[in-house]
Design a protein around this ligand. Sequence first.
Ligand code: PLP
Length: 221
Amino acid sequence: MSIGENISKITSQLPEGVKLVAVSKYHPVEKLQEAYDAGQRLFGENHAQEMVKKHPQLPPDIEWHMIGHLQTNKVRMIMPVVTLIESIDSVKLLKTVEKEAARIGRSVDVLLQLHVAQEETKSGFSIEELLNAATQGQLEGYDHVRITGVMAMATNTPDVKQVAHEFGMVRHTYDLLKKKFFTYPEFKDVSMGMSHDWKIAVDQGSTMVRIGTDIFGPREY
Ligand SMILES: *Cc1c(COP(=O)(O)O)cnc(C)c1O
């Protein structure tokens, strides 16, 4: 199937209001253009350099999402091009994003990344850390950053119950944050679900899925 057909197949199965981020890391700009021509506008990249390199080669109305671990020294590089930073995994990173956004006079939307998976290699706040940070006021007062939701990855396991449990915890944490701390309407997104587990994520209340392989095929590293 073509990239366009892959996208239609996925979007036809997504409930109304659930957004699709096409994860284009490691794929050449020609493939992104093909997805764009099929109507796709949200793209996710893992590496700052790669996003910055691809950005000028593609149409300007693309929304670029940073979904990979972001080092503080790479924030400046992506600030002119990024739409949504999905991978805020520390207060330190949030502060750097605020500083760099202010420096170029823009504001930027971000998601707080939660670590619920069993793999240690995945990054993000634990649920407890995030709730503590919120309680202590460390997630407030950023004039150039708007927190618009949470993001997470589940454990890479065939155990559907485990995956559903983790996504359920993410949704629950989002609901709690929304009720207690981020009561504004723009706090609206729960980004969870990849090629192999997005249906489980949607069942658990995802509003944004991030799909690479099922759109573009396997990545060549
Ligand atoms: C690569 C990646 C995805 C997409 O993974 P696929 O299995 O190719 O769909 C989603 N989210 C993050 C954070 C990723 O790094």
